[in-house]
Design a binder for this molecule. Structure first.
Ligand SMILES: Nc1nc2c(ncn2[C@@H]2O[C@H](COP(=O)(O)OP(=O)(O)OP(=O)(O)O)[C@@H](O)[C@H]2O)c(=O)[nH]1
Ligand SMILES: [Mg+2]
Length: 279
């Protein structure tokens, strides 16, 4: 997953990069990346090197870079990110940028309209989907994540629902219907998801179905990060999340979605899933 985009102008790294774009607000990188990228830009400018496309692998991330008319463009991504995907993204960013600066020198840090178009190229919004059998607590999880009033009774979800997270920009959270007959909608709901949270009620007898859903989701949206939620941990017979995780073979968090204080745990788990390198 792409994390950041930097573009340095021909005036060298003493200037601020003309565009620093933190792609996902949920994915703040560790300190030092900007410094690293800045010194690479300095090197490229000093040596007047023309680089069409290169990759540098660091312990926790990859840097893809390219130069164009004295400008250097850096894409910072997960360490396992596909080179081909980044190459094509680099071409898009490069042609967008050249369209904007039109050969002239850009001196300030803002180029009107550029950031909006960049976001569109990068598909900046993140899609999170809750999926699972009926009554396991998907709608409750979604409300918990959104910080909304939690439902007390089971009102089966008909169709789907999605809304934007308030405290993190550009995260769209989707609910799905678990009742029999609605499964036909699942492939469409899951399409283009960044994170799929398979919810189960932590009962032994529901694990086979949950496992089947995990496998289907892998097929429907191979690039999504899949995690599980072992919900209803307040129930005395709830299986521990470790057992659910062993059974499903994916990272699983224990949750009691009807408890408001669980919101932070859920947010953190989704962020962790997003950051995962699955490849
Ligand atoms: N005890 C307990 N009950 C929960 C928990 N999470 C959800 N519930 C309850 O389980 C019931 C079903 O929750 P929903 O969130 O509506 O379930 P759903 O998965 O969206 O169901 P469908 O929309 O039919 O697919 C509701 O009565 C919730 O209050 C939990 O952690 N503990
Ligand atoms: Mg529901």
């Amino acid at each position: 997953m792409l994390k950041e985009v930097y573009i340095f102008g021909p005036n060298g790294p003493d200037n601020e990069p003309i565009q620093i774009h933190h792609q996902k607000k949920t994915l703040v990188l560790q300190d030092g990346v900007k410094e690293l990228v800045r010194s690479m830009a300095f090197f490229l400018i000093k040596s007047k090197m023309d680089v069409s496309f290169e990759r540098m692998i660091m312990p926790k991330f990859s840097v893809f870079y390219s130069t164009s008319n004295g400008y250097s463009i850096f894409l910072v991504a997960n360490v396992a990110e596909s080179t081909e995907k980044m190459r094509s993204l680099m071409n898009d960013v490069r042609s967008l940028f050249s369209r904007f600066h039109r050969g002239g020198k850009v001196t300030n840090t803002e180029i009107p309209g550029f950031e909006g178009d960049l976001k569109r190229i990068l598909h900046e919004t993140l899609k999170v989907v809750f999926i699972g059998e009926s009554a396991v607590g998907k709608t409750t999880c979604r409300m918990l994540l959104m910080g909304e009033k939690l439902p007390v009774r089971h009102k089966p979800t008909i169709g789907t629902g999605f809304s934007k997270l308030e405290f993190e920009d550009d995260v769209i959270v989707w609910d799905s219907p678990g009742q029999e007959g609605f499964e036909v909608m699942w492939p469409d709901i899951v399409k283009a998801a960044d994170v799929i949270a398979v919810v189960c009620d932590s009962k032994q007898e529901s694990l086979d179905k949950a496992k089947e859903i995990v496998e289907q989701c892998r097929e429907w949206e191979p690039r999504a990060k899949i995690m599980a939620i072992a919900n209803k941990q307040d129930r005395p017979d709830a299986l521990p999340a470790e057992m659910v995780s062993d059974y499903l073979g994916i990272p699983t968090i224990p949750l009691t979605a009807v408890e408001r204080y669980e919101q932070i745990k859920l947010v953190e788990a989704i962020k962790t899933a997003l950051m995962r390198d699955d490849e």
